[in-house]
Design a protein around this ligand. Sequence first.
Ligand SMILES: NC(=O)c1ccc[n+]([C@@H]2O[C@H](COP(=O)([O-])OP(=O)(O)OC[C@H]3O[C@@H](n4cnc5c(N)ncnc54)[C@H](OP(=O)(O)O)[C@@H]3O)[C@@H](O)[C@H]2O)c1
Length: 286
Amino acid sequence: MVYAVCFDYAMNVSEGRAPEHPRGLGRGPGIRGKRVVVTGGGRGLGEQIVRLLVAEGALVATCARTAGDLAALAASLDPKARERLYTQALDVTEPEQLENFVAAAEKRFNGLDGAVACAGGSRGGGLERSDPADWAATWAVNVGHTARLIRAAVPHLRAAGGGSVVVIASISGWKPGPGAQYGAAKSAQIHLAASLARELGPDGIRVNTVSPGSMLIPGRRWDRMRTEQPEAFAAFVSAELPGGRPVAPQEVAHVVAFLLSDWSSGISGAHLPVDRAQNAPAPDGY
Ligand SMILES: NC(=O)c1ccc[n+]([C@@H]2O[C@H](COP(=O)([O-])OP(=O)(O)OC[C@H]3O[C@@H](n4cnc5c(N)ncnc54)[C@H](OP(=O)(O)O)[C@@H]3O)[C@@H](O)[C@H]2O)c1
C-alpha cells in the first residue's frame, strides 16, 4: 500500500503534476487499519507505542516475556480497541518463538504493513564489570532480535506491496556513554536499519531508527530520582536536558506512529533522535 502511494507520488512529481497527498493526511496520523507487530509492548516505551497505535485504529500484535503485563494492557483497553490487539508471551531472543509470533500475527490480521523492534536493554556494567555472556545477551536482545524480526516480517511486507519498519535504538548508540556493550549494540541497530533501508528499498519497505533520550517512565530510574531525590533530579535536568525535562515515552511513540504512517513515505534509512536536545547519554548512563 505504501509502495503504491509512493509510486503515484513519484510519478506525479516526475511528470510535472501536483503531487497528491498520501492517504490519511488531515484525518489523523494515517495508521488506521495498518497491521503492525511491536516487540516489547508489555511496559515502558513499547506499551505506549501499542496504546497509541491501537487508539488510532491500527491492528497491533505485541509480545513480552511477562504474560501478566500483556494481560493487564489488554484489560485496560475498551472492548473495541481490545479486538485490535493480539498478544503473545515469549522471549524475542528465542528465534523460533519470535518467528512463530510474526507468523501468527500475519495470520491473525491477514497480512502485515509494519514492524517495530522495541524490546531491548542492557546486561552487565562497565568493561571490567561485564563478561562475555553480558555482551552476548545485550547483543541478542537488541541487534539479534531486530534482524530476526525484520527477516521474518519482510515476506509479509513485500506481499502487502511495501511497509515500514521502525527500530528503537538510543542516543547511547549515537554518542558515547557508559555501558559500552549497550552503546555498541544500539549503534549496530542504527547501522543495521540504514543498511536494510537500502537493501529493502526496491520492495517498497522503509526502515528507520528512532533513538530516545532518557525517558521519564513511571516507576523507572528518572521517575524514582524525581520523587526520591528532587535536588539531584533538578541538577540532572539542568546539566543534561536543555529541553527542561526528560522526553516522555508518549512523545517517542508519536514519532514511531509517524514513521509507520504514509505521511513519512519519503523517509527511509533515517536515524531520528527523540531526546528534547539531550544529544548524548548522561555521564552515569542513559
Ligand atoms: N528507558 C529509556 O530511557 C530508554 C532510552 C533510550 C532507549 N531505550 C530503548 O527503548 C526500548 C524500550 O525501553 P524501555 O525502557 O521501555 O524498556 P523496558 O521498560 O525494560 O521494557 C521493555 C519491554 O520489552 C520486553 N522485553 C525485554 N526483553 C525481552 C525479551 N527478551 N523478550 C521479549 N520481550 C522482552 C519487556 O518485557 P519482559 O521483561 O516481560 O520480557 C518490556 O515489555 C529499548 O530498546 C531500550 O533500549 C530506552
